[in-house]
Design a protein around this ligand. Structure first.
Ligand SMILES: [Zn+2]
Length: 116
């Protein structure tokens, strides 16, 4: 299947860059064991298959995923997402706290600030 022409536009390239910068160039799945592997910018809500920017092509509808987590939710040819778009989170506690002591989310204090 040919890739949608939208993904060749400067709009997409800029959105993708902003997404990765916001997320610190790391997969946003808590406790991800491959946080910098083949990063992709994922649409949280699926965008329509059109070649121009839509209301869903905004920063708030994106997240950075590593190649492993992107593959978990990647759309099938039918347009449906694998596992209904649900991510399997390994390496995190039930509340989503990463087990990896070096994950930036582990360094957040109770107010969302990074502890020094
Ligand atoms: Zn990941």
């Amino acid at each position: 299947m040919a890739r949608n022409a939208y993904y060749q536009t400067t709009h997409w390239r800029s959105l993708k860059q902003s997404c990765h910068q916001r997320d610190g160039w790391r997969c946003t799945v808590p406790g991800c064991q491959t946080p910098t592997y083949r990063l992709t910018c994922d649409h949280i809500k699926r965008r329509p298959n059109v070649d121009h920017p839509t209301a869903l092509d905004v920063l708030s509808n994106t997240r950075t995923l590593c190649g492993n987590h992107d593959a978990q939710v990647k759309e099938l040819a039918s347009g449906k997402r694998r596992q209904g778009g649900k991510l399997i989170i390994k390496g995190a506690t039930v509340d989503g706290t990463p087990l990896d002591p070096n994950h930036p989310w582990r360094r957040l204090d109770g107010r969302g600030r990074v502890d020094p």
